[in-house]
Design a protein around this ligand. Sequence first.
Ligand SMILES: C[S@@+](CC[C@H](N)C(=O)[O-])C[C@H]1O[C@@H](n2cnc3c(N)ncnc32)[C@H](O)[C@@H]1O
Length: 280
Amino acid sequence: MSPSHNPRDLEFTDHDFQRIRKLIHDHAGIALSDAKRDLVYSRLTRRLRIHEFDTFAEYISLLEKQNDEWELFVNSLTTNLTSFFREPHHFPILSEHIASIRQRQPILLWCSAASTGEEAYSMAITMAELFNSFNPPVRILATDIDTHVLLKARSGIYTQDKIEKLSDATRRRFFIENADNTVTVHPELRNMINFQQQNLVSSNWLFRGPFDAIFCRNVMIYFDKETQTKILRNFIPVMRRDGLLFAGHSESFHHANDLFTIKGRTVYGIAQTSQSLAQA
Ligand SMILES: C[S@@+](CC[C@H](N)C(=O)[O-])C[C@H]1O[C@@H](n2cnc3c(N)ncnc32)[C@H](O)[C@@H]1O
């Protein structure tokens, strides 16, 4: 059998796994457990084939000297599962919070691990419904480390099955049907959102807020507690004092209760002790 037909023909040692683990942890904060060894192999196989390498050691050497490969390396190792109105209990809470501060304009929201865009568009739909307008006084920043998913997010094009759980009214109001079994998000909804690449772990964030709410859902789970705390600490200066932080269903920030305190189911507010670091 030729090497390209054998799924396990590439040399991948424990040492290679440890090096890859360190590279992705140092760069993106992603902490890979021992159990993720097979996943790393399968996710990176395509990159090795493209470069015609037989060993992971060759690929790691390329990464160490060639910056262009980094983007594709990171894109290969991220997990991008998402959906419209995932963990739906958060959206009425977002709506109520923004309703209570609606005189503050513009309202700024940050979707900080936006993946292919469904979460940011769900936030935009929630705001369009709250203000009963396709042009509400709301700006949404949507970021992700993965450049590939951001391309999809910006396109605003999804297959029909991605919106099948939404109500008929929401589908009709916010999506345009295309001929090829896909839908396009309404352009005015799209205009509310600015999609940008941003690594949450980087200490160099390109924006200052002040954000009235941050969605940081189902991404902290990939980071160790130390990285989580660093990110949480960085959120505070770009948030309003009364801003809300939304986390994923299996994420909790009890270890950083000097920074954020729980206000509802996986919803956090800035702790009293850190209020002075946030924006008024
Ligand atoms: C499982 S998806 C969650 C998407 C969405 N927030 C949701 O809950 O449906 C996790 C996303 O986090 C992104 N991600 C991973 N590490 C990141 C980092 N260091 N900075 C920014 N985004 C990151 C991944 O690229 C991926 O798109």
